[in-house]
Ligand binder design. Structure first.
Ligand code: 0O2
Length: 222
């Protein structure tokens, strides 16, 4: 059975788990993405530890990672009229492996991202700064699509990973807004969108005010 048939079967079956067990090349690719996440997570954890020693605080609150589900992978490829195959997944999708880095302050986001960008084994495929340029709905985050080398038994492979950097407040907002995106039968959608937009501006202002307070405290300590 070709990889394409395997993935199509996963989408059309009532027991995807059973078929997943048979789809060996697909599972192998997903394992490779999992390993790429491990590499990126380690890089971020290393920076966090170093920061802790140098500045007595952690810039990173939490790291959340996920692999896109087989159904979401197939749906995205089909939505874009792209071939459903393993080659197509690697060529066309940049968010199969996703890492979300939650920082306390906006400054920390740029510091950690800059340090990641500067590592000589990392290639930046794409950078989208939705903090400087928020989406019309109020969404803010810094997105990096990275290519990271991972060493497997058969050799080195460059894997793409999407890293989203957010503050706690941006993440709180995005989680609630994400719920709205999945509800299609909401009557007062316009009103909710407006409120969310307003909240995005408020949380952004709080983020920068908290950062200023933190900086004042730090200056006093010096
Ligand atoms: P999930 O479930 O988080 O994976 P692309 O994803 O490349 O087809 P796009 O829009 O150019 O398209 O990518 P972009 O803007 O980098 O966004 C990718 C991811 O960022 C989304 O993945 C979300 O996780 C997040 N995101 C982007 N815009 C919004 C937004 O307006 N609200 C919220 N809550 N999250 C957003 P997925 O695949 O949509 O979802």
């Amino acid at each position: 059975m070709s990889a394409e048939d395997e993935i199509n079967k996963i989408l059309n079956t009532e027991s995807p788990k059973e078929l997943m067990a048979q789809a060996k090349p697909f599972r192998r690719l997903m394992t490779q993405y999992t390993c790429a996440i491990m590499e990126v997570e380690t890089k971020i954890r290393v920076l966090n530890e170093e920061f802790k020693t140098d500045y007595q605080r952690n810039p990173i609150e939490t790291i959340k990672s996920r692999i896109k589900t087989p159904v979401a992978i197939v749906e995205k490829l089909k939505r874009r009229n792209q071939e459903v195959s393993l080659e197509s997944i690697e060529e066309n999708l940049t968010d199969v492996a996703g890492v979300r880095v939650i920082c306390s302050f906006p400054e920390d986001i740029y510091k950690v991202a800059e340090l990641i960008e500067g590592q000589d084994d990392i290639r930046i495929v794409l950078k989208k700064d939705y903090i400087q340029n928020p989406k019309p709905n109020g969404y803010r985050s810094l997105h990096l699509i990275l290519e990271v080398p991972v060493f497997f038994a058969e050799g080195k492979k460059l894997m793409k990973v999407e890293v989203q950097f957010r503050t706690i407040a941006m993440d709180f907002w995005a989680s609630l807004e994400h719920k709205l995106a999945y509800k299609h039968d909401i009557k007062n959608q316009e009103e909710i969108s407006k409120e969310l937009r307003n909240c995005a501006d408020i949380t952004n202002s709080v983020d920068y005010r908290m950062q200023e307070i933190r900086n004042k405290i730090d200056e006093n300590q010096k």
